[in-house]
Design a protein around this ligand. Sequence first.
Ligand code: SAH
Ligand code: SF4
Ligand code: F3S
Length: 477
Amino acid sequence: MNDKELLESPLKIIDPSKQGQVYEDRKANEGASKHYYIESYGCAMNFSDSEIVASILADNGYASTKDMNEADLILVNTCSIREKAEETVRNRLQVYQSVKRKKKGLLVGVLGCMAERLKSKFLEQEKLVDIVLGPDAYRDLPRLIANAQGGERGINVLLSREETYADIAPVRLDNNGISGFISIMRGCDNMCSFCVVPFTRGRERSRDPFTIVSEADMMSAQGYKEITLLGQNVDSYKWENPETGKVVSFAELLIMVAKVNPRIRIRFSTSHPKDINEDVMYAIRDYDNICNYIHLPIQSGSSRVLELMNRTYTREWYQDKVKKIYEIIPDCAISSDIICGFCTETEEDHKETLSIIEESNFVLSYMYYYSERPGTLAARKYEDDVPYETKKRRLAEVIKVQAAVSYRDNEKDLGKTFEVLIEGDSKKSNQHFKGRNSQYKMVVFPKKEGLKPGDFAHVKIDKITSGTLLGNLVEPA
Ligand code: SAH
Ligand code: SF4
Ligand code: F3S
């Protein structure tokens, strides 16, 4: 990952290079007369939502296309997390505009977080947009399309306390058929002062675990090898059975999904330091197919800044959680998100962020500089007073320290053998495969006949960089 990608990537599990990825339905809706084109930005939740939208469109006779010139409907699933994310979408709208000029009747729809944040302003500001649809309103898409075909531009940005799209089987838009997402909850009830998500995604609600397990079952039957359970704060997953009153916790859900097929790897994201508990750690320890990897964003190493951020934990609380994780799962990898230059951040605070990266031994971090979001608590209460140049310099220092810590951690893997799920050709050579180990580290190794993406391989590491482990195939021990 280069610095530019790090700055722009607003997410965890989605590879930054996939931002704006155009997805295509793997099972084309043959014979369909209408085509949609969808681009997705933002976090994994958005990418997963695009699959719900694809399912709704398939039921309404639409097939997907990767060529926007061929489309009758262009959709963009948007992100508001930082100003840059919104700028990217505005630039894309220019591109759609030029296609629309050439094709009469072509509709453009804006979905996701930016639609929710800007609401009807979007229709006022962007004349080419026909449909504006928030994350809880996707079931209304067919109606809005019909209206737009009749010349009426439409909007639905109602947020819901119940909607989880539990009954909609997503059309898998990922292009490898190996790793897929399952959304287990929606919304967020935390009020981190910098964050726009509670405004764009609404209240937290958990999805019926039985529909989650049946989706995992279906993915198992389709040959998937890795499932990532998604939520803004997975550790607060909580579902009460309306008949028995029994409550299913996140640790219990994790085990239910892990039991679907012991050969499918299970991952999850994102964990919140205030909510992750020992039951989750024991589940990781006790089930081989639950990966030894926790994404546990700290945001800042300074307790004073954490308080302003309303993260509801201190540096010491975070350190205790990390200690517990390494105690229970010694080979667990922990990664983080970090924001540099939040309101009032001093050099001292910044140094505390640098030192917590070292102490916690993060294998990787997604690092950003603070971008004020309208309407958030921080925008209303605090001044965005760290100069841009200082933010950038601090971010560069954070990136540098993280790279050194990653390198040091990778060094410990020299000589070790890992089970790797093969994802495809490595970026640099079609003679090499790339894949990830349980700790989510990228592993690259020379191909061997008979092995293909989706297979598991055992690789012994003999070279490293700060971002990759390199090695050769060995027989499983
Ligand atoms: N629910 C997740 C985070 C979702 S947003 C969690 O609580 O960890 C992903 C990341 O974007 C956040 O962890 C944060 O590091 C970053 N982020 C959110 N708002 C931001 C802002 N206003 N400026 C810069 N980075 C931000
Ligand atoms: Fe945003 Fe905080 Fe919720 Fe994460 S936990 S989505 S950072 S409000
Ligand atoms: Fe962006 Fe919305 Fe996700 S703001 S990070 S797409 S929840």
